[in-house]
Design a protein around this ligand. Structure first.
Ligand SMILES: Nc1ncnc2c1ncn2[C@@H]1O[C@H](COP(=O)(O)OP(=O)(O)O)[C@@H](O)[C@H]1O
Ligand code: SF4
Ligand SMILES: [Mg+2]
Length: 324
């Protein structure tokens, strides 16, 4: 989708922070720096991919945007309006989430129709009994579930089908913006493409805007217009999809890409394989200076001494590194 910089983004975050307070022993207060000073925007109809290893703050970022957890600092703007302190009820219909775990996110005691119907009821979208049933059947059809499944329970379904139920539930309120939190990570690779293709088709037909989270760069490549890379709660690179995969700037993006199989042998040849080394530092005691310096092959004294800000490298490509 084309960049429309002159238009108000559907979603923007400015210097967003989420620190979790935890206690060690009786007195000592510690903070988990789960999301640390993150800024970006998403245009209407766009898909922003968000990637990073497990624990880097992706889910927390998604949940904070939806105010399922409150930000520690910074702003969340929806269609130009700051929603930090507003009553979220009207926004709950506009902003929805598809969860990572299709097994844990559906109430096992409810049938498919009850799960989707509940979302309609909560948001006052059900209408008469007959309208409600028609809406449920329409939503089931939309996500490729046979109407024969109307009275079935989640345990009777495969992971892919359960994720379709979760997507139907999110779509029940006719949202504009969806946080897809690793919607295919728990699914077999053969099923992943089906669900991603369906989300792409739904995006077109329902004019949706996505924040699409994954831990693997190969998953977001096809669906994203731009990709943001998160490391230890910090945005380290943000670029149009093609630019990020062809010309990664940040050493961490490089490492994530080296873990992705590449179909094009020329491209593969150009890229030195760098295996992700070392452990992610604790977000309770992040390193001084650059958060990536403990794993970075290019780190030097400057990297330990000063924090690299995200800077504009041209063509909408941003990176946070002193050396590259
Ligand atoms: N409710 C919480 N209380 C304390 N720490 C949390 C909480 N939720 C997440 N965290 C921590 O915040 C960091 C980011 O977690 P998360 O957002 O789940 O990462 P990701 O989705 O990228 O795997 C992790 O270190 C995690 O342990
Ligand atoms: S700032 Fe230094 S440590 Fe951080 S990614 Fe760049 S070279 Fe590596
Ligand atoms: Mg997560």
């Amino acid at each position: 989708m084309e960049e429309t910089n002159s238009k108000t983004p559907l979603l923007a975050v400015e210097h967003l922070k989420k620190y979790f307070e935890i206690r060690q022993g009786f007195s000592k207060k510690l903070f988990v720096h789960a999301v640390d000073d993150v800024s970006f925007s998403i245009q209407k109809g766009e898909t922003l991919g968000l990637v990073g290893e497990s624990g880097c703050g992706k889910t927390t970022l998604g949940r904070t945007i939806l105010r399922l957890t409150e930000p520690t600092d910074g702003k969340i703007l929806y269609n130009g309006t700051c929603i930090n302190d507003v009553d979220m009820r009207p926004y709950r219909q506009k902003m929805q989430i598809v969860f990572q775990d299709p097994y844990a996110s559906l109430d096992p005691r409810l049938t498919v129709s009850a799960i989707i119907g509940e979302a309609l009821d909560i948001n006052g979208k059900a209408g008469s009994k007959q309208e409600r049933q028609e809406k449920i059947l329409h939503l089931m059809k939309l996500v490729g579930l046979s109407e024969n499944f109307y009275n079935r329970y989640p345990h009777e379904f495969s992971g892919g089908q359960r994720q379709r139920i979760g997507i139907a539930r999110a779509l029940a309120v006719d949202p504009e913006f969806l946080v897809c939190d690793e919607p295919v990570s728990a699914l077999d690779v053969s099923i992943q493409a089906q669900v991603i293709n369906m989300l792409e088709e739904l995006q077109k037909s329902r004019h949706l805007t996505y924040l699409f989270i994954a831990h693997d760069l190969s998953v977001v490549r096809h669906i994203s217009d731009r990709v943001a890379v998160l490391y230890l709660g910090h945005l380290v690179e943000l670029a149009p999809c093609d630019a990020l995969y062809r010309n990664p700037i940040h050493p961490y993006t490089d490492m994530l890409l080296s873990a992705v199989p590449i179909p094009d042998p020329d491209e593969s040849e150009k890229r030195k394989r760098k295996i992700l080394q070392g452990e992610i530092p604790s977000p309770i005691n992040p390193p001084s200076g650059c958060p990536f310096r403990t794993r970075c092959p290019y780190a030097d004294d400057e990297c330990a001494a000063s924090f690299p800000e995200l800077t504009d490298r041209g063509g909408g490509h941003f990176a946070a590194c002193h050396k590259r």
